[in-house]
Design a protein around this ligand. Structure first.
Ligand code: GDP
Length: 178
């Protein structure tokens, strides 16, 4: 797909985070503009390719999804290898998924060659359309990300809120990094 199109940069971006937080949904909303309320976790895709125009450059992004492997804690070094950007997602309606972001960050540090400083990270609080079920405040997410020099964005893969912004801000920060 789009294999022969010219591009200025090739970026590998990853989605990580607990099962069910909406990783596949964010990816599909961004690449295909679709949302499935009854998405089956086992139907996750491996990756999608998207061409992005940003700052006068053409970026070919391969965006990887865990395809449900995180349920078995089998994400390995090959999943992380060569990634420039990582989207660490939790579900604002499930506090446990926010409590696990620390463990996810530790895993990133373990599997990226230079630790977390070699990769640009964005913390994403998804499902903000379910405001009445919210269990993690915007301020908490923001503070956690800020302390670690990460970007922070709240999203709804259902309504699209913030989804494009996640990829735009992530790609921009990768382009701006030395
Ligand atoms: P993954 O396991 O992290 O890839 O999560 P999925 O993308 O499979 O989503 C898990 C469930 O949450 C599915 O039933 C989705 O339809 C639902 N979901 C994902 N994102 C949102 C969202 O932003 N809002 C709502 N209301 N549901 C969502």
């Amino acid at each position: 797909m789009l294999g022969n199109d010219p591009y200025d940069h090739l970026f590998k971006l990853l989605l990580i985070g607990d099962s069910g937080v909406g990783k596949s949904s964010i990816l599909l909303q961004f690449t295909d503009g679709t949302f499935a309320a009854d998405q089956n976790a086992t139907c996750g895709v491996d990756f999608k390719v998207k061409m992005l125009q940003q700052g006068g450059k053409t970026i070919k992004a391969t965006i990887w999804d865990t395809a449900g492997q995180e349920r078995f804690r089998t994400l390995t070094s090959s999943y992380y290898r060569g990634a420039q950007g990582i989207i660490l997602t939790y579900d604002v309606t499930r506090r446990d998924t926010f409590e696990h972001v620390n463990q996810w960050l530790e895993e990133v540090g373990k599997y990226t060659p230079g630790g977390t400083k070699d990769v640009i990270l964005v913390l994403v609080g998804n499902k903000v359309d379910l405001e009445e079920q919210r269990r993690v405040s915007t301020r908490e997410g923001e503070a956690w990300a800020r302390q670690r020099g990460m970007l922070f964005i709240e999203t709804s893969a259902k309504t699209k809120l913030g989804v494009k912004q996640v990829f735009q801000e992530l790609v921009q920060k990768i382009l701006d990094s030395p």
